[in-house]
Write a protein that binds this ligand. Structure first.
Ligand SMILES: CC(C)(COP(=O)(O)OP(=O)(O)OC[C@H]1O[C@@H](n2cnc3c(N)ncnc32)[C@H](O)[C@@H]1OP(=O)(O)O)[C@@H](O)C(=O)NCCC(=O)NCCS
Length: 172
């Protein structure tokens, strides 16, 4: 029987801000994680990815190279980021010139199991659980579905009240 090669996950060359909490095991390498952020277990964050301040990355997320996430964000469990559109009909292994960036603004909450293709998302956005974001999001609001569409705009000043509004109505 052939011998397999084994490599261990770990935390290598990570630039941590102050008071960062990480729940191991994780695979973090060459990335930056801002002050007061939280990284849950079974998360992989690749080189040159950046996580802002006070951002929570929940368990089982994959954050790949060329992803930048802002401050005060919530990345739900099992959120997957993507940097390769398979533009040539196959994965662009070792061809970083074909990879595309993802920029997530501040105060963005992404629901569990969402998939984020290489897009830009502005500040004050909520992405519903299980959504697939295929286009840039340029207006604050709640987006869900596959492909994710705007279902409701959000006023950044009152977004908490807005977010709970429909649920409160349903519970009456
Ligand atoms: C999208 C979300 C923020 C709610 O947005 P909302 O506009 O207040 O939505 P509502 O609850 O009023 O539902 C509106 C409609 O969208 C549907 N809907 C709600 N969330 C949805 C989702 N993630 N994907 C697809 N449809 C969704 C509802 O079923 C409802 O459909 P209906 O009108 O046919 O009944 C919420 O459902 C969600 O997905 N939150 C993410 C929670 C999460 O992942 N947390 C992680 C930590 S545990």
């Amino acid at each position: 029987m052939a011998e397999a090669n084994f490599r261990d996950i770990g935390i290598v060359d990570v630039e941590f801000g102050d008071r960062v909490n990480v729940v191991r095991p994780v695979n973090l390498y060459g990335c930056r994680i801002g002050d007061d952020s939280f990284i849950g277990p079974f998360v992989e964050i690749q080189r040159n990815a950046t996580i802002g301040k006070r951002t929570r990355v929940q368990s089982h997320c994959f954050i790949c190279e060329l992803v930048t996430i802002g401050d005060d964000c919530f990345i739900g469990h099992g959120v997957m980021f993507i940097n390769d559109w398979f533009d040539t009909g196959k994965p662009a292994f070792n061809q970083p010139e074909l990879w595309a960036e993802t920029i997530i603004g501040n105060t963005v909450s992404i629901g569990s199991n969402a998939t984020i293709l290489p897009v830009h998302i502005c500040d004050h956005v909520v992405v519903g659980a299980g959504s697939v974001v295929t286009r840039d999001i340029t207006e604050p609001g709640i987006y869900h579905g596959s492909p994710a569409k705007l279902v409701r705009t959000l006023d950044p000043e009152t977004e908490t009240a807005n977010l709970n509004f429909s649920r409160r109505l349903r519970q009456q």
